[in-house]
Design a binder for this molecule. Structure first.
Ligand code: ZN
Length: 104
């Protein structure tokens, strides 16, 4: 028998009760909430948007307009190929998330 916490008085009560035996409040229905971050809807979309945002931020930091002057030399292959590839991967993730959202 599972034990849950009463949302009104905070005491541990049995899962079988529909009313709290201590404070006599009607307990809300137990619902299984699926987190969207681990699986299911919105996962790829959010992840793709996060990748795109991170790439845009790094690209801005490495650009000449950045207020942060980077003294360490970095290879131009990073800004020429690597960052756009990660950006396109994020875009693909976001489009896949939108596709999953539309598909239902
Ligand atoms: Zn209670």
């Amino acid at each position: 028998m599972a034990v849950r916490e009463c949302p009104f008085c905070g005491k541990k009560i049995s899962d079988a009760f529909r009313d709290c035996p201590l404070c006599h409040e009607t307990l809300p229905e137990l619902r299984v909430v699926k987190s969207s971050s681990s699986s299911g809807r919105g996962g790829p979309l959010r992840r793709g948007l996060l990748y795109m945002m991170i790439v845009a931020f790094v690209y801005y930091l490495l650009s000449a307009n950045s207020p942060l002057k980077i003294s360490v030399p970095f290879t131009p292959i990073l800004t020429t190929y690597l960052l756009p590839m990660v950006f396109l991967a994020g875009l693909s993730f976001a489009m896949y998330g939108i596709f999953l959202e539309v598909k239902g």
